[in-house]
Write a protein that binds this ligand. Structure first.
Ligand SMILES: [Zn+2]
Length: 295
């Protein structure tokens, strides 16, 4: 556990929303989404965000069981709160990419990006209030904590994981199992998590609306495309070479998905949209939720 100070107050920075019993989105609106996935014995926190506020404080009111971390990949905006948790799991390739994903240059560039994002957001919000009223409270960007960062700094330094994951591994939460699917391309270590029984694919940076960011060190558009094709084929039951063959069952054909990016949609709308397929042409098959954004 850490006694570190944060640039922003968790109660003001995060938006925690229940998608369905046992599943919460932990949003940093306009930036990134993490997910709290509950089983009967423990909760998996899929990613820990930007590390600008204490995500362990944000989830504590809704975490029905002890929480541990699973990282979709180690880009800086997904591991910012790792050090707040004793147990962290990530793909076996991740440790060698931690330094590349968390460089000071990334944080400096993101601070500059955040300034322009906030300016754009203000114009967008004013236009919305002129008559569209499309922006709900869940999408409202928080003020960028520039003063807090100047006073306390912004450091992302995830500790070494306590478990390394490989394609096909199971993460047992108690009456809920998450299956690891290695989906390199956005990042070499990127994984998706499949809850086959519930029919939910947690896709993070593998699947979201808008331009995909596949230009970081270690990114590869061709590999990303193969991962997308594999996901679509596996979830549609078209592949015979799966290392996780049970993913092709009837429940998986109804899978929806949860990504790390969202914008301009309230959670109920995002969930309704997530029931539609965005990954393949099979009717009634797999899918993705919302989003655009960065990194
Ligand atoms: Zn990423």
């Amino acid at each position: 556990m850490s006694s570190r100070s944060f640039a922003a107050d968790a109660r003001e920075w995060f938006q925690v929303g229940e998608i369905e019993p046992g599943l919460h989105v932990v949003a940093e609106p306009g930036h990134v989404l993490s997910w709290l996935i509950a089983g009967s014995e423990r909760c998996a926190l899929l990613d820990t965000g930007l590390g600008l506020a204490d995500i362990s404080t944000a989830i504590s009111p809704v975490a029905a069981a002890p929480a541990f971390v699973v990282n979709s990949h180690v880009h800086f905006d997904h591991v910012g709160g790792n050090e707040l948790f004793e147990h962290t799991e990530m793909h076996e390739l991740a440790p060698q990419w931690i330094e590349a994903g968390c460089r000071e240059a990334h944080l400096r560039a993101y601070r500059e990006l955040a300034d322009s994002m906030n300016e754009s957001w203000s114009r967008f919000e004013r236009a919305d209030r002129d008559g569209w009223f499309m922006i709900g409270p869940d999408e409202t960007m928080r003020a960028w904590p520039g003063r807090g960062i100047a006073e306390l700094g912004w450091r992302i330094d995830p500790p070494r994981p306590t478990r390394l994951l490989a394609d096909g591994d199971a993460i047992e939460l108690g009456e809920r199992t998450l299956r690891v699917i290695h989906t390199p391309g956005h990042a070499p270590d990127h994984i998706c998590l499949l809850d086959e029984a519930a029919g939910i694919l947690f896709a993070q940076d593998q699947a979201y609306h808008g331009p995909h960011l596949i230009y970081e060190e270690g990114s590869d558009p061709a590999v990303f495309a193969r991962s997308a094709r594999r996901l679509a084929d596996e979830l549609a039951g078209r592949s015979g070479s799966s290392t996780w063959p049970t993913a092709c069952g009837r429940r998986s054909r109804r899978a929806s998905s949860a990504s790390s990016r969202t914008r301009r949609r309230r959670w109920p709308a995002a969930r309704r949209r997530s029931r539609r397929c965005g990954a393949c042409s099979e009717s009634g098959c797999a899918a993705q939720t919302s989003a655009t954004s960065r990194s």
